[in-house]
Design a protein around this ligand. Structure first.
Ligand SMILES: [Zn+2]
Length: 94
């Protein structure tokens, strides 16, 4: 994820913990989460606050993202031979 993503992740965090992210915190999250998928990070924030009362840190996001098994995608073929596209699938029947 990039800086813009980190800002949005921190905005979601602040919904739970009322933090007011400043440039330093945004830069830290951007660096620590550079290799983390944005959507998975957003999901990890909600997951963290379903189980924890302490403030989330980048390590929590990384741990939750890596612990979650990859979602199993089942194709749903449309009449034109393409998959309905859920989960980012771009496959088509040949
Ligand atoms: Zn598919």
């Amino acid at each position: 994820m990039n800086r813009e993503h980190a800002v949005k992740v921190l905005a979601k965090c602040s919904g739970y913990d009322a933090r007011r992210p400043d440039d330093l915190e945004i830069a830290a999250f951007t660096e620590a989460l550079a290799h983390v998928d944005y959507d998975k990070a957003l999901a990890a924030v909600a997951e963290h606050y379903q189980a924890e009362t302490r403030r989330i840190m980048p390590a929590d996001i990384i741990r939750l993202v890596s612990a979650r098994p990859a979602r199993v995608h089942v194709h749903k073929w449309l009449n034109d031979g393409t998959c309905y596209g859920g989960d980012g699938c771009t496959e088509r029947v040949v």
